[in-house]
Design a protein around this ligand. Sequence first.
Ligand SMILES: [Ca+2]
Ligand SMILES: [Ca+2]
Length: 135
Amino acid sequence: MARRLTIGSTVVTLVILSVSTASATETLMGQLPLSAPFSCLNCHVTATPVAADAALNDFGLDFRTYDFTWDADLAGRDSDGDGCTNGAEVGDSDGNGHPDGGVRAESSNPGVSDCSASNLEEATWGDLKAMFTGR
Ligand SMILES: [Ca+2]
Ligand SMILES: [Ca+2]
């Protein structure tokens, strides 16, 4: 009986921790001017962080250092060292909290050391291609 109680308590605790981690992630993600398409991967090394596995990437560590506040200083940093500022990758170059003109998605992930593949460019090419193919 005591063992069942222990297992049940453990399961309940894990569920609560999972929910609280997901909620914290979504709340903190709301501090960024744009968080799509990378979502949790902006700050975490896994797409589905849970309390037991919520390791932060380099941008996530910097974001935490800045008390989860998006500002010009954090936007001007290059957390992942790929040569593109966090602001350029997130889509708010000056860090004023508003996306740069016409930007509706992050161009690359501020926590992954690569800013060569631009989702925005891919979307733009997709729009251009659609003009010619009619799709
Ligand atoms: Ca960068
Ligand atoms: Ca990057």
